[in-house]
Design a binder for this molecule. Structure first.
Ligand SMILES: [Zn+2]
Length: 440
């Protein structure tokens, strides 16, 4: 007004060019300002009152319905409320990224108000909105809501933990049990896991490959059948350990006899060296001849020393390694039934050397020395054939709908003796266990 702009009031006829008119306008203006400030304070008072009553004075969050003005209690949306619950449940499984969850929820019918996929930032806020567990949060303050919760506070908490990454195991989003573990027998690519309708399926990496998809639980059942075949009977392992102790004890006495004999040979050789020096002093042999003979004797001494070391350490290493392996067999395979991905990967690495699928069958190539034990049982075969150990075709084919296999009878003591000999002769090929594996 002071800037010389003409101002007209719709209801009052005021002449702003006269002093009286200006005064009237100023009074009107003051009233208007007061009214506006007062109104917003009254509204705030009203909102606080409603919040304290557990009523939400704004638009209902997705999953609830507005029931009218004045902050009337929100009611569950019969269509969207179950979808919201599903959304929390799915996210809590840790198999969904926010993006995958948004797509999934869209496919199930949960959309934004325009019927589109819910934006990730909105989805993120929804998963954090405590309204769904029955609390109202306004500017950091919490009020106990009167509305019916959609999710339990436990599920809500789980979702918050997943979101913070507290539950996520070593970067494992979408990490499936048999990730990179099974190959397509047609094109040799690793099968990829996918979550579909609550089941995990594996399909070939190659889009055009005719290989059928495999359900994870079917693979697991088939694998446990396979593991059952290579699993050792507890009494077999105990017998093997007993036999090993026997061999070790025999070895201990044999060793001390051998060490004694080495000691003798050593003394003799040292005497020969002394005689050689005498011969040189007496001029009985030439200097050249002396050096040559001395070289031979020293080599002999070195050889004896090496042999002694071998006897004391190397053999003991072989025993220790075999013993460790047998001790591990006790628990190794038993874990397959309640296993997680890391344990399964470890088990597969030790027991199999290759795993592929052709849609109907699982082709399991067994690793040493599991294959040999299996063969001995299968063929009631007495010896471990060296040729057999080298055979490339160690693959056992399991039909994916196989029932329980019939386990072969345990190996006889004679067979176990032969098997242990085989283990001791080839400890280089025995799988090594490190400390991490002990937590199996
Ligand atoms: Zn393929």
């Amino acid at each position: 007004m002071d800037a010389g702009i003409e101002c007209h009031f719709a209801q009052e006829a005021l002449n702003l060019s006269s002093p009286a008119g200006r005064l009237g306008a100023d009074i009107m203006n003051a009233f208007a300002t007061h009214y506006s400030v007062n109104l917003s304070s009254e509204i705030t008072k009203g909102q606080n009152g409603l919040l304290k009553l557990g009523l939400y004075p704004w638009h209902a969050p997705v999953g609830y319905l507005d029931m009218g003005e004045g902050g009337k209690m929100k009611e569950l949306d019969p269509i969207k409320a179950p979808l919201i619950r599903k959304m929390f449940e799915l996210y809590a499984t840790q198999t969904y990224s926010l993006e995958a969850l948004a797509k999934k929820m869209y496919s199930m019918g949960l959309t934004n108000s325009k019927g589109n996929v819910i934006r990730l930032s909105v989805l993120h806020k929804m998963l954090q909105n405590p309204f769904y567990k029955g609390l109202i949060r306004v500017k950091g303050k919490f009020y106990e809501g009167r509305h019916t919760p959609i999710v339990s506070s436990r599920l809500f908490h789980q979702v918050q933990m997943v979101m913070k990454g507290k539950f996520v195991l070593k970067g494992l989003k979408n990490d499936f049990m048999y990730r990179k573990a099974i190959k397509c027998s047609l094109c040799n690519y690793s099968l990829i896991g996918e979550l579909q309708k609550g089941h995990i399926y594996y399909r070939c990496h190659t889009k055009s490959c005719p290989m059928k998809t495999l359900r994870e639980d079917v693979i697991s059942n088939t694998l446990s059948n396979a593991f059952m075949l290579v699993e050792f009977y507890p009494k077999e392992i105990n017998t093997l350990l007993d036999l090993l102790t026997e061999i070790r004890e025999n070895w201990a006495s044999e060793k001390s006899a051998l060490l004694n004999s080495i000691q003798l040979q050593r003394l003799n050789t040292q005497k020969r060296l002394a005689r050689l020096t005498d011969l040189l002093v007496e001029d009985t042999i030439t200097k050249d001849s002396y050096q040559e003979k001395k070289g031979e004797v020293l080599s002999e001494l070195l050889l004896l020393k090496e042999r002694e070391e071998e006897l004391t350490t190397q053999k003991e290493g072989i025993f220790k390694r075999t013993e460790d392996f047998l001790e591990h067999l006790k628990t190794l395979i038993k874990t397959y039934k309640k296993t997680n991905r890391a344990k399964m990967a470890h088990l597969l690495k030790i027991v199999t050397s290759n795993l592929s699928a052709n849609g109907k069958e699982l082709l399991i190539t067994m690793a040493s020395p599991f294959y040999e034990a299996h063969q001995m049982r299968l063929l009631h075969y007495c010896g471990v054939n060296r040729e057999m150990a080298r055979t490339k075709n160690r693959t056992i084919v399991f039909s994916l709908i196989d029932g329980n296999p019939i386990k072969d009878p345990p190996l006889s003591k004679k067979q176990l003796c032969i098997y242990l000999d085989y283990l001791l002769s080839d400890t280089q090929n025995l799988c090594q266990f490190n400390d991490e594996d002990y937590s199996l």
